[in-house]
Design a protein around this ligand. Structure first.
Ligand code: NDP
Length: 272
């Protein structure tokens, strides 16, 4: 029987997940379908219920429903609990399991695809929304020398720090403290690139040979990446994270982890 999955969001028409999972399915010989499900703003649970009751096996969850998906899940993995957000739901016979694969996806892209070590690195995480929150646990697992979070609204960054019990390495600073600091890895987890704007990170923050990573993808060279390049940093967009988090979701659902290299290459060509 064909297993059915979907990505649920609003909007969802732009999602590249169906293409990515179709490639994984071909690669792994999996008999599955993957579609887009547009959920009205107040009807996430009803939309997922209907899909699940129709016999579906799981969903990916995108904006703006990752917190609702967290509440919807009857059981949650440790990494979903840590970030208090769910991007993958698996419909088991007796329960609905919520997971979050964004953190693993980001770290696998940085460490395995790009070759940037996180162990002992000084990391700056810019932004304190859902995406930032979701990746902190995975970044801390790599034992960085420091994980520093900064956000336009500083209280939100501090609130996230207060939730994690890792104050020896994980702390918040305001934008005003950035000019005195240098980092090896700088991750833009804001949505500033959506509007071609730039979080107030000074060029002096990029250490020699630093990696600048913008979670945004499909926007070409964002202002953040342009600044990083002008400061001599290496740059990467979030397409690799997207593909890697999808591969991890595929594993959560099917117990098979697809090889991502050719899929990432193909997605890179189609988003040019
Ligand atoms: P949220 O809406 O939850 O958070 C947005 C964050 O961006 C907040 O910290 C907000 O600050 C900050 N922000 C927005 N505009 C600006 C600006 N002009 N200057 C400075 N800061 C700004 O969004 P998400 O966390 O869900 O998503 C963030 C980004 O990550 C998006 O671009 C999304 O596409 C991307 N993403 C990529 C993924 C991938 O697989 N590559 C996966 C998930 C997300 P404040 O708190 O002050 O409002």
């Amino acid at each position: 029987m064909t297993d059915r999955y979907a990505v649920v969001g609003n909007p969802v028409a732009h999602s590249k997940s169906p293409e990515i999972h179709a490639m994984f399915a071909r690669e792994c010989g999996a008999d599955m379908q993957y579609e887009r499900l547009l959920a009205p703003a107040t009807e996430f649970a009803a939309t997922v219920d209907a899909f699940r009751i129709s016999g579906a096996a799981g969903v990916n969850v995108t904006l703006p429903f990752k917190l609702e998906a967290f509440d919807y899940a009857g059981a949650r993995t440790a990494r979903a609990e840590r970030g208090r957000s769910v991007n993958t739901l698996r419909f088991d016979a007796n329960e609905i399991v919520g997971d979050n694969t964004d953190g693993v996806g980001l770290c696998r892209d940085i460490v395995s695809n790009i070759g940037q070590p996180l162990l002992g690195a000084r990391i700056l995480l810019v932004g304190a929304g859902g995406a930032a929150r979701a990746v902190i646990g995975a970044l801390l697992d790599f034992q960085p020398a420091a994980l520093v979070i900064t956000n336009r609204t500083p209280d939100k960054a501090q609130a996230i720090v207060d939730e994690f019990n890792a104050r020896n390495v994980f702390y918040a600073i305001g934008y005003s403290a950035l000019p005195t600091r240098r980092f090896d890895v700088l991750i833009n987890a804001t949505s500033a690139s959506l509007t071609a704007s730039l979080p107030l990170v000074p060029a002096s923050c990029f250490d020699q040979n630093a990696l600048a990573y913008d979670m945004m993808y499909g926007k070409g060279q964002t202002p953040f990446l342009a600044l990083a390049a002008s400061a001599g940093a290496r740059t990467a967009d979030g397409l690799g994270m997207l593909v890697e988090q999808a591969a991890e979701a595929f594993f959560v659902w099917r117990g098979v982890r697809p090889v991502t290299g050719s899929v990432l290459k193909s997605m890179r060509q189609s988003t040019r």
